[in-house]
Design a protein around this ligand. Structure first.
Ligand code: PLP
Length: 342
């Protein structure tokens, strides 16, 4: 199939309409078999619980083309599982994991011409959504649900690809409470973080770094990405916290780090440990690894990168992960799934 006429290497992390999206509906206790919709508009009851009461969760995954034109998606079984956990936590009917995987295959196949070519640095971003769609006014869980998935070709999250960013420790707003919903991928967490994020951007930072909401002592995560650090004795450390999202990228980096001979520690990380790290980074599907150049904490600035030069360990982790994703390195972990193309 001929590729869409796009300037692939100029793509940014932005939404673009593709040929179609998928919609599946849960009604009378059953999921239907799904429809292909050749438009990016959806039809919803104005009283849908997703609109008023936040009965919404989502996922993010990516498809990559290799140098022989084969297409692979990365760890979508984990996305499928996580979406079930998210749904259950906010009392929605989950979308079955096997149907999720079939939907991914179908959407990628149908939008084949939007899969960025190997070497462009871009990929096809997949965005599944689950919505409560019953028209209700009282606060109760919906009985009807919609699962939808669209895709969009995206370039690197930050224009220059892998480049250190500036974070600021958030001292005013909380993203997620202990025992709240910070550990699931629900839209409300993002709404709660927008004020802090916009404020930080206005002040010249890339994003905020949240501390635990209760004690304001331990690192949670950055708005849309997990945090990790590399210590001077070469450990990979990442926060253990009930109010952060278990990132699939982070999980993968922990495996890669262990295989690179590093000790991996998942534990509470005190904010006062930040100055003693050799490197620090954010990770997630969208940004892969984003090295942290500096973190501002009150009147202190902790600097990890003096220039735009990326730390050695962040760079190796980035190269290992992206090489598995784009088929340059053999995937000995079974993380990728090839999608047969029509
Ligand atoms: C999606 C997300 C991440 C990254 O998770 P990945 O599975 O690596 O994409 C991190 N933090 C939050 C809050 C998220 O919603």
């Amino acid at each position: 199939m001929e590729k869409a006429n796009l300037n692939w290497s100029e793509l940014t992390f932005a939404y673009m309409k593709t040929d179609c999206h998928l919609e599946y509906y849960f009604k009378d206790g059953e999921w239907d078999e799904g429809k292909i919709i050749n438009d990016d508009r959806i039809d919803l009851n104005i009283a849908s619980t997703c609109l008023h009461y936040g009965q919404e969760c989502f996922e993010g995954a990516k498809a990559f083309e290799d140098k022989d034109g084969r297409v692979r998606v990365f760890r979508i079984e984990e996305n499928a599982k996580r979406m079930v956990r998210s749904a259950e936590k906010i009392h929605m009917v989950p979308f079955p994991e096997d149907m999720f995987i079939n939907a991914v295959e179908k959407l990628v196949q149908l939008n084949q011409r939007f899969i960025p070519p190997y070497g462009s640095g871009a990929s096809l971003y997949l965005r599944p959504l689950l919505l409560g769609i019953s028209g209700l006014i009282g606060v109760t869980p919906a009985t009807d649900y919609a699962f939808m998935m669209f895709c969009s070709p995206v370039g690197p999250y930050f224009k220059s690809g892998i480049k250190p960013v500036k974070l600021i420790v958030e001292d005013q707003y909380d993203r997620a409470a202990p025992n709240g919903v910070g550990d699931v991928k629900v839209g409300g967490n993002y709404a709660a973080g927008l004020r802090a994020s916009v404020r930080a951007k206005k002040a010249g930072y890339t994003e905020v770094l949240y501390l635990d909401a209760l004690r304001k002592e331990f690192i949670d995560e950055s708005g849309p990405a997990n945090f990790f650090g590399i210590t001077h004795d070469n450990k990979f450390i990442t926060p253990a916290s009930d109010s952060i999202l278990p990132s699939i990228t982070n999980m993968s980096l922990q495996t890669l780090a262990a295989d690179m001979g590093m000790i991996v520690e998942k534990r509470p990380i005190h904010v006062n440990e930040l100055p003693y790290l050799k490197e620090a980074g954010c990770c997630g599907t969208a940004a892969v690894i984003t090295p942290i150049g500096s973190i501002t904490h009150g009147d202190k600035v902790i600097t990890y990168c003096e220039t735009d030069e990326v730390g050695e360990t962040c760079m190796s982790l980035y190269n290992n992960l992206t090489s598995i994703q784009n088929g340059v390195l053999k995937d000995k972990y079974g993380w990728t799934r090839e999608i047969p193309m029509p």
